[in-house]
Design a protein around this ligand. Structure first.
Ligand SMILES: C[S@@+](CC[C@H](N)C(=O)[O-])C[C@H]1O[C@@H](n2cnc3c(N)ncnc32)[C@H](O)[C@@H]1O
Length: 319
């Protein structure tokens, strides 16, 4: 794999290790976001072209994006990092949960939902983010006077959202044709000749809405199986070691062992994404073999460097 420790790379590594980055893990936020500027949120931003454009046009505001898809999030993160955008924060997860954690008080100026998945089947009802009660849970974060914008090609999405909003204290506003770019899905539906529907709604008073449960997080668990002897092999790992891999940088923070398992505590940096994450790799016995995997995978953005770090550690443990 051509991996090695490079002293010359340490300054580069340290620069990335100390940069806060645009990605945040909402589960490890101990306090709500402290806001010193107006905040706008896009839910399900996809490749993020709309969100990034808005963030560039309105540098005075903070733009928050929430996506369930790790792939989409990384795509947007990479582009935002390349474009040098600084007033953007991205979170991975189900928007209902993330919004609840980020904004316990209604402080958001504007909320955008552009071409949400239509989930037309009734058994998908619980996933319809544009229908009450999930919509109510989203709207809850808006301050009074804040606006909600929805765009869709799907009449059911439009109808359910209008119906849900009609029960809340607010006003439908005239639609403005902005200079903002069309989203990827808007372009797709336009090419197919579909009709695009939009609504803009202003919240006129608070409503008592309890946050609701969403659905389960996707469970991704990168892992590798090694021969059982790997557990007895002392890997060549040193605390403080900075290792440059093809996709990123891994810094070894600690190597711990008890009679059964190993814990390798690291900081993993993905320079193209501009992010760093504390990652704990675990090696323990499993069905006559040794299993190397990540602790709390659902709380991590599984990036190329995180996966590469797993493969690199597997090589260190290989007898
Ligand atoms: C049809 S795509 C639209 C993407 C983008 N807004 C556009 O217009 O090109 C819907 C997006 O919503 C995301 N999504 C679906 N449910 C979500 C949820 N509960 N929280 C956050 N994102 C969600 C999906 O991962 C997907 O990227």
């Amino acid at each position: 794999m051509g991996t090695h420790t490079l002293e010359a790379d340490v300054p580069l590594a340290l620069e990335h290790l100390t940069r806060p980055g645009l990605f945040r893990n909402w589960r490890t936020l101990h306090a709500p976001l402290r806001l010193h500027q107006p905040v706008y949120v896009e839910v399900g931003f996809g490749d993020g072209r709309f969100l990034r454009w808005m963030a560039r046009q309105h540098p005075e505001a903070l733009w928050v994006g929430i996506e369930v898809s790790s792939y989409s999030l990384q795509k947007c993160l990479k582009a935002a990092h390349r474009e040098g955008i600084r007033n953007l924060l991205l979170f991975r997860g189900d928007a209902v949960h993330v919004l609840h954690r980020l904004f316990p008080d209604p402080t958001v100026e504007g909320l955008f939902l552009m071409f949400p998945d239509p989930w037309p089947k009734s058994r998908h009802e619980a996933r319809r983010i544009y229908a009450a009660p999930l919509l109510n849970a989203l709207i809850r974060v808006l301050r009074v006077g804040g606006t909600f914008t929805l765009a869709t090609d799907h009449p059911l999405v439009d109808a359910l959202a209008r119906e849900g909003l009609a029960h809340l204290p607010g006003t439908f506003l005239p639609i403005e044709q902005g200079p903002w770019p069309t989203t990827k899905y808007e372009q797709k539906w336009r090419r197919l000749g579909r009709n695009i529907m939009r609504l803009v709604w202003r919240k006129d008073a608070h409503h008592a809405e309890k946050p609701v449960d969403g659905w389960e997080e996707e469970s991704i668990m990168p892992h590798l199986r090694l021969p059982e002897e790997a557990l007895e092999h002392s890997p060549d790992l040193v605390r403080g070691q900075v290792v440059r891999l093809h996709h990123g940088i891994v810094k070894i923070l600690g190597v711990y062992r008890n009679e059964k398992e190993w814990l390798i505590s690291t900081l993993v940096v993905d320079p193209p994404l501009g992010i760093r994450q504390p990652i704990h790799y675990l090696l323990h016995p499993y069905q006559g073999m040794a299993l190397l995997h990540l602790e709390h995978p659902a709380e991590i953005l599984i990036t190329p460097a995180v996966k590469e770090g797993l493969r690199w550690l597997a090589e260190r443990f290989s007898p």
